[in-house]
Design a protein around this ligand. Structure first.
Ligand SMILES: [Zn+2]
Length: 126
């Protein structure tokens, strides 16, 4: 799992297949379609979680006592899987139809909105 640490506002944002930005908006990024390679802009430090350890820690959350440790690491400046671009060159990825399994109702609302817009377009042409 890759995350961005914004060096301005210190927000940490998990990358996704659509663009996510930090709280101050100075940094943002997304995973490419392959879900492995990522693109980001702004003054950010990229952070990685060791996925298998993180999953294990989540699945084994103790009720009391110490937490379950997992490995997080600062990703080097130059790795082939992460591309840094200037904000002017960054192409935002917005996909309201990305299925993360939670947004069925949102999708229906967006579709309804689009249909209203389409009707309005036809109205203008009359
Ligand atoms: Zn920020």
């Amino acid at each position: 799992m890759k995350l961005l640490l914004c060096n301005s506002c210190e927000d940490i944002v998990k990358l996704s297949k659509t663009t996510r930005t930090c709280q101050c908006g100075a940094t943002g990024g997304h995973y490419k379609e392959d879900g492995v390679n990522a693109v980001y802009y702004g003054n950010a430090t990229t952070i990685g979680f060791a996925n298998s350890e993180f999953k294990y820690a989540l699945a084994n959350r103790p009720r009391y006592g110490s937490g379950v440790e997992f490995t997080a690491f600062v990703i080097p400046d130059n790795v082939p899987t992460i591309t840094h671009v200037d904000i002017e060159d960054y192409e935002e990825v917005v996909d309201y139809y990305w299925d993360d399994g939670f947004d069925d109702m949102m999708e229906e609302a967006e579709l309804a909105k689009k249909q209203v817009k389409l009707k309005n377009v036809f109205k203008d042409e009359e």
